[in-house]
Design a protein around this ligand. Structure first.
Ligand code: CP
Length: 299
């Protein structure tokens, strides 16, 4: 695989290989020279904390260097340069590109013109494949398996790209899925059709009291993706995990791709259910494994 653009390009074996590589990379978290002399270009046309910093941390731990920008206003895009020309230029200075962009399909368009590997760090409401790989890694690390689990996805299932990627990935596994979202933010029909084609059992519930899962994956409402801000105002703040919610959640682990807004009360952070900061940390070994393997490392 030259690029990482969509989780739909991965088979179950491909994903399992990434999880194995991430496990190996845990042994190199203190530093190694595997990617000495290699340069990563991070092109972030949208805000990011975890994805950008964990890619930087991953590259530096592998002995490589990082260049890039974290807002398009500081690049020549602000002067009207096209995405294609930006990519053709970035590849003159680097060995691998990580791109985040607000438009669905932008990462695929970048990979089509690049001669070096391109990794999608999130394109619009479409895909966020490296987040999914770290989500799978976290579930497997914490619970020892993915097959046989009941996994709930709660929040903005319409615009949440992390949810879309994760659901596609989970469709390779033997899981039961539960979906809970505010009205109007349900999982898109085309993804539900995909689940039906793959014979994945799923239910859509409307009350938090009906949650019955091993893993609860919570997402924020993606305010920036709403075409009409009034529609956002109608659903804003419509759900929140509090200590009382643990009556339903019981021992389920709670994951969240972060950032959190108001959907998980900070009092949950102190409970054994809360794994979202450990999940964010897992982005480093997973991204180390991806960078290394795309640049020719073989364990
Ligand atoms: N999970 C995630 O993509 O976080 P950032 O937007 O901070 O990168």
């Amino acid at each position: 695989m030259k690029d990482v653009i969509s989780i739909r390009d991965f088979t179950r074996d491909d994903m399992e290989k990434v999880l194995k590589n991430a496990h190996v990379m845990e042994g190199y978290m203190h530093g190694t020279d595997i990617l000495e002399e290699k340069i990563l270009a991070t092109l972030f046309f949208e805000p990011s904390t975890r994805t950008r910093l964990s890619f930087e941390s991953a590259m530096k731990r592998l002995g490589g260097k990082v260049i890039g920008f974290s807002e398009s206003g500081s690049s020549s895009v602000a002067k009207g340069e096209s995405l294609q020309d930006t990519i053709r230029t970035a590849e003159q200075y680097s060995d691998i590109i990580v791109i985040r962009h607000p438009k669905d399909g932008a990462a695929r368009a970048a990979a089509e013109v690049a001669s070096i590997p391109v990794i999608n760090a999130g394109d619009g409401a479409n895909q966020h494949p490296t987040q999914t790989l770290l989500d799978l890694y976290t579930i497997k690390k914490e619970l020892g398996k993915i097959d046989g689990l009941t996994i709930g996805l709660m929040g903005d299932l319409k615009y949440g790209r992390t949810v879309h990627s994760l659901v596609y990935a989970l469709s390779w596994y033997s899981v039961d899925l539960q979906f809970l979202s505010p009205p109007g933010l349900e999982l898109p029909v085309y993804i539900k059709e995909h689940l039906s084609e793959k014979s994945v059992k799923f239910t859509e519930i409307s009350r938090m009291e009906d949650i019955n899962v091993d893993v609860l994956y919570v997402t924020r409402i993606q305010k920036e993706r709403f075409p009409d801000i009034e529609e956002y105002e109608k659903v804003k703040g419509s759900y929140c995990i509090t200590l009382e919610s643990l009556d339903y959640i019981k021992k389920a682990i709670i994951l969240h791709p972060l950032p959190r807004v108001d959907e998980i009360s900070p009092e949950i952070d102190r409970t054994p259910n809360a794994l979202y900061f450990r999940q964010a940390r897992n982005g480093v070994p997973v991204r180390m494994g991806l960078l290394a393997s795309l640049l020719g490392w073989n364990q």
